[in-house]
Design a protein around this ligand. Structure first.
Ligand code: GAR
Length: 204
């Protein structure tokens, strides 16, 4: 068993409730990972406050300081590499990441998304489920690749869509599952129990 806990870096743009679930998991003595830095593209992201409150380094990387997306993504990679991040967690990071970033984290970046992928990728996934009257949606943790909410699926949880659900009520019920799934996926990764073969992830 590894002695040192897995070094995790988190990308988050907003509220940071998934970050909080990860911080809470990492606070437990038997959890095999720890968050070493949280990066945000938004100065006032609540996620940065949550990181600081937990004693974790929080860094705003201002997209306006960079000429283009690739330069910004290179900065993210540098921030992670400077802290020897082994696993990147995308916890509500609302920017599309270029190959510059993704190639640095092939097979070691996890994304959380509020739908049963491949259904409803992109923005407003709960709204995408409610509008056509889908009966089931859910949450997915997947290995991030160069697409938007694509990549091999690690864990999923189904959530029923109720007849009177709104985007908000469905999102809130999905969020409960997200907070359970993301730390579980990080644990599996940290314990070396995930094997990625092509498009598939198998769990030992
Ligand atoms: C979460 O529901 C997450 O799954 C979603 O953004 C929300 C962030 O909430 N991510 C995506 O839609 C990615 N395409 P949080 O800041 O409270 O964790």
């Amino acid at each position: 068993m590894r002695v040192e806990r897995l070094r995790v870096g988190v990308l988050a743009s907003g509220r940071g409730s998934n970050l909080q679930a990860l911080l809470d998991a990492c606070a437990r003595a038997d959890f095999p990972a720890r968050i070493v830095v949280v990066l945000s593209d938004r100065e006032r992201a609540q996620a940065l406050d949550r990181a600081r409150a937990a004693g974790v380094e929080a860094v705003w990387v201002n997209p306006k300081d960079y000429a283009d997306r690739e330069a910004f993504d290179r900065a993210l990679v540098q921030e992670f590499e400077a802290r020897r991040v082994e696993l990147a967690c995308h916890a509500g990071f609302m920017r599309i990441l270029s190959p510059v970033y993704m190639r640095a984290f092939v097979g070691r970046a996890l994304n959380i998304h509020p739908s049963l992928l491949p259904a409803f990728p992109g923005l407003h996934a709960p709204r995408q489920a409610v509008e056509p009257g889908a009966k089931v949606s859910g949450a997915t943790v997947h290995v991030a690749d160069e697409g938007v909410d694509t990549g091999p699926i690690v864990l999923q949880a189904a959530v029923p869509v109720l007849p009177d659900d709104t985007e908000e009520t469905l999102a809130a019920r999905i969020l409960v599952e997200e907070h359970r799934l993301f730390p579980e996926a990080v644990r599996l990764f940290a314990e070396g129990r995930l094997t990625i073969t092509g498009r598939r992830v198998t769990i030992k």
